[in-house]
Design a protein around this ligand. Structure first.
Ligand code: SF4
Length: 463
């Protein structure tokens, strides 16, 4: 029996994207054809995010559309994977009975059986399943099960020149608003050698920018007894020929030590960019969030990062409208954003997740208040971001071209801009390849985005 053609929709964060890429790799290895669009595919896989209520709503919307397609005979099979399955798979099936199989976050390797269940092994795995009931591959996190986990042999969904490198999964922090530890389990890290192997494989495949991700990258190595930690890993990766940019995401404030700051400052391939979600700044709110750091500690950390890492770009995220957040506490946060002048800020309205400690807290704020606070924080940040974009005018810096140009204008990023979440640098005047590193001269800005032209005194390519 020929293998089906499969299309996959990947929702949520870059960690989920890596799972999607790995599942596509497993499906391709098993002989399935991979289709970029759902049209014409036999099987649709939806890799869901289950972090917040809004991600649930998004996934349910897509699943209902897919179910309608299945009822119209446009697809034969609907497979659902990812965090929402891990968090609440049974309810998903009640809401979308057309689902044929569920694959939890610890069961990526079962995706082939979920997609093409012809084999007797799949039937045996779900021996007691009643007709019409979905196949279910749903295991809790188990250290042995993740012992060998690797993200090698992926079908990458990012542009060819950059890729996400997941150095760990799960999380040991206990932020009171977060569902991730209950979905992804405790932190479990990949050994350094396995990460290096994955990176070498991707560099051979044309990747030049390696973006390190995890739920909390800063605690790297703790569960595998790797004493040098994230600083040691950065220094190992910095020796990898062929990598041009190594970018660090998801830094947890209390875990940043001098060794890590020195490694970011000294490693030549590590871009001077730190993504460090702070969530809030008021001491009472930080305590209620169980962030294990206070205002003074946060400000001292930001000073150390800026003093030690020359020209560092700092991205952060905040939650607006946490239970009990008073007007004064929120005003303190707005003032902090004005003072600290971050390079990029993301703001999320607090999401009440019933099974989290903060979900059971009193003084939940109305949605309207949360939304107005999100807007107020972005309004405080916008002039700062615009000013920083304007300040790039006249400066010379490198930009990686991220996509083909339109009307002679190419979208790209300088080292202080991460893909998909930060602003963009548009390069006009020249012809470039995707992935090409171009030395440019800033000419101005367009809101958050930077405008530039090639710096005729020198062109360089991502070697
Ligand atoms: S660090 Fe906090 S917010 Fe981030 S994944 Fe862990 S528990 Fe969730």
């Amino acid at each position: 029996m020929s293998k089906p053609t499969v299309s996959l929709v990947s929702l949520g964060c870059p960690k989920n994207l890596v799972d999607s890429e790995k599942m596509l790799g497993l499906l391709a290895e098993s002989g399935c054809a991979i289709a970029s669009e759902a049209v014409g595919a036999d099987v649709l896989v939806v890799n869901t995010c289950g972090f917040l209520a809004t991600s649930r709503d998004e996934a349910l919307g897509i699943l209902r559309d897919a179910a309608a397609r299945k009822r119209r005979g446009e697809i034969r099979r609907l497979v659902v994977a990812g965090c929402l399955v891990q968090r609440d798979g049974q309810r998903l099936v009640e809401e979308v009975p057309e689902i044929d199989a569920l694959v939890g976050v610890n069961n990526r390797e079962d995706i082939v059986r979920a997609v093409a269940p012809g084999s007797r092994r799949s039937a045996r795995a779900n021996g007691n399943r009643r007709p019409g009931e979905p196949l279910v591959f749903l295991a809790e996190y188990h250290p042995l099960r993740s012992k060998e986990w690797t993200d090698r042999a992926r079908v990458r969904l990012t542009p060819p020149h950059y890729a996400y490198v997941r150095i760990s999964e799960g999380c040991d922090q206990k932020c009171t608003f977060c569902t991730i530890p209950s979905i992804r389990g405790p932190m479990h890290c990949k050994p350094v050698e396995r990460i290096l192997d994955e990176c070498r494989e991707m560099i051979d495949d044309g990747v030049r920018e390696l973006i390190l991700i995890g739920q909390d990258t800063t605690s790297y190595g703790r569960d595998i007894g790797y004493a040098p930690g994230l600083a040691g890993l950065l220094r190992e990766l910095d020796r990898l020929d062929g990598a041009t940019w190594i970018r660090l995401m998801y830094v947890y404030p209390t875990e940043v030590d001098e060794a890590l700051i020195d490694a970011i400052a000294e490693c030549t391939r590590v871009v001077k960019y730190v993504d460090i979600p702070l969530q809030h700044i008021n001491d009472r709110v930080l305590k209620a969030m169980h962030r294990r750091i206070d205002r003074a500690g946060t400000e001292s950390l930001l000073r150390r990062l800026r003093d030690r890492i020359r020209g560092v770009s700092l991205r952060t995220t905040f939650i607006a409208g946490f239970p009990g957040e008073t007007d004064a506490e929120f005003a303190e946060l707005v003032e902090f954003v004005r003072e600290q002048r971050f390079d990029a800020v993301g703001v999320f309205p607090y999401s009440l997740e019933p099974e989290t400690p903060s979900g059971r807290m009193r003084h939940q704020l109305p949605q309207k208040v949360k939304q107005s606070r999100v807007a107020a924080l972005m309004e405080a940040q916008q002039p700062i971001a615009f000013e920083k974009a304007r300040a790039m005018a006249g400066r010379r810096f490198d930009v990686v071209i991220d996509a083909f140009g339109r009307d002679g204008v190419y979208p790209g990023r300088h080292a202080g801009q991460a893909p998909e979440i930060d602003s963009v640098t548009y390069v006009r005047g020249g012809e470039f390849d995707v992935g090409q590193l171009v030395r440019v001269r800033g000419t101005g800005s367009d809101g958050y985005d930077v405008l530039a032209v090639p710096n005729t005194t020198g062109l360089s390519v991502l070697q």
